[in-house]
Design a protein around this ligand. Structure first.
Ligand code: 4AD
Ligand code: MG
Length: 437
């Protein structure tokens, strides 16, 4: 008997097949039963005539609880009214496990309840759609970089030092001999591999001990980070714009059904095409000041500060595409940023702010090339010199302008799917108050 996945049923019209899955929903009317089965690839409605199956099969299917494990054998029949366009006329079925009182029912549940049952919630239609979009985004990211000539060079997770500031480090005891920290970013190692391979990327889990409870922060998230030798801030902006546009195009192409389930306004994704507006930090501040004067921003933004999420939302709200804000004050950025040769107080960094209030999806820029400058920065940031000695070597041996960025996959997924909160973008989110399941 041919075992077939539900999303392949259209190729088997008129044939007898076996589908293996879980009971999604069911209704019956005396002599007829309509169990819906899901198998991970889709949902199909089955039709069971009492007279067409053995009595024990009818009994087994009758009063079966949601999420019971079931296989059915039957004939695939095209039916315009059926969701998906096909039904299965059941000849036989087997119940592998009877589930009772499945906790997630079609009624509304609170977020905490659903998060506590995340291991089961993943089976729901909406969650399923989100994670398929995530799958496509990850695929699009890899394809884009691989085809563009970037080499995958994985970077370590256990590291001896901070990359993105010392306040969000997760500490790990390393055999009682020294402390290790979970990586906040693969960037510093990317700089080493970029000098070895030219253009590289790393893509893996990153960790930030974020004490804030926001809808944009996870404590564990996946970041993709391309890094290019002989490259500048402009190169990073050009790459960001091509990169995000290609991701949006892939999602639109491959996930129309999922975007429909999510009720996503796809015109917002269609708008993500190069070029993206580029905004100097000074201009971004000017927009905030205008907003304040119009009474749309409560507080007057102080030049020199980092943008909070209301600021980002206000700035990006002026555009229907992602906007690239560059030349931030160095004081609010990481120690490794190259300075603007004309204005030393500015860093050659860029944040790409997504529209619709999704905020920063990409952060990056040009890296400092001077050994003396970095030695000084390590001192100023009170970073342990010995842990960075290898990094300084990169400035001793063939230091060149180089640049790159990092994109948090979950922020991208939340944006593409149009989600309120980042917690639904990863199978098992880790946040300030959430380590389980
Ligand atoms: O702006 P960030 O901190 O930049 C870096 O880590 C650089 N070293 C990257 C580089 O240049 N190679 O983080 C980059 C991106 C952010 O724009 C955001 O998308 C995501 O990582 N991100 C988070 N996503 C979820 N939860 C968090 N707590 C995040 N922190 C950063
Ligand atoms: Mg950032």
């Amino acid at each position: 008997m041919q075992q077939v996945y539900i999303n392949q049923l259209s190729r088997h019209a008129g044939e007898e097949v076996t589908v293996r899955g879980w009971l999604y929903n069911t209704r019956s009317s005396g002599k007829l039963m309509f169990p819906q089965l899901r198998d991970g690839t889709g949902v199909v409605q089955c039709v069971v005539f009492k007279k067409a199956v053995a009595p024990e099969v009818w009994d087994a299917l009758n009063h079966l609880g949601q999420e019971s494990a079931v296989t059915v054998r039957g004939t695939v029949r095209a039916d315009e009214r059926a969701p998906g366009g096909f039904e299965i006329d059941v000849a036989d079925a087997e119940v592998l496990q009877r589930a009772e009182n499945y906790p997630i029912t079609p009624k509304e549940h609170g977020t905490e309840f659903l998060m506590d049952h995340r291991h089961l919630w993943l089976r729901s239609r909406r969650q399923h759609a989100i994670l398929l979009v995530r799958h496509t985004i990850v695929d699009a990211v890899r394809d884009f970089l691989n085809r563009d000539g970037f080499v995958l060079c994985d970077t370590p997770i256990l590291t001896p030092a901070a990359c993105e500031g010392t306040t969000t480090l997760f500490e790990v005891d390393y055999f009682g001999e020294e402390k290790a920290y979970l990586s906040q970013s693969g960037q510093l190692y990317n700089e080493a591999t970029a000098a070895a391979f030219g253009r590289v990327y790393c893509f893996g889990p990153t960790f930030r001990a974020e004490r804030s409870k926001t809808r944009r922060h996870l404590t564990e998230f996946w970041m993709v980070e391309p890094e290019m030798a002989y490259a500048t801030l402009d190169d990073v902006m050009n790459l960001s714009e091509r990169f995000l546009s290609s991701i949006a195009a892939r999602v639109l192409e491959e996930r129309p059904e999922e975007l429909k389930v999510l009720e996503r306004d796809t015109s917002k994704l269609e708008a993500i095409t190069p070029p993206f507006p580029r905004l100097h930090y000074d201009e971004a501040v000017r927009i905030l000041h205008e907003g304040h004067e119009r009474g749309e921003m409560e507080q007057r933004f102080e030049w020199g500060g980092d943008f909070g999420s209301p600021d980002e939302t206000y700035i990006s709200g002026r555009f229907d595409k992602p906007v690239m804000v560059h030349h931030y004050p160095a004081a609010v950025k990481a120690f490794y940023m190259q300075r603007d040769p004309e204005r030393d107080e500015l860093a050659l960094g860029v944040d790409v702010l997504a529209p619709e209030g999704y905020g920063e999806v990409i952060g990056g820029g040009e890296r400092a090339t001077s050994l003396e400058f970095l030695e000084e920065q390590l001192r100023l940031h009170e970073l342990p010199r010995e842990a960075f000695e290898w990094y300084l070597d990169l400035r001793r041996y063939g230091s060149v302008p180089h640049a790159g960025f990092g994109m948090g996959i979950e922020r991208c997924v939340a944006w593409m799917c149009g989600l309120e909160h980042i917690r639904e973008t990863i199978p098992f989110p880790r946040m300030l108050y959430r380590l389980r399941p």
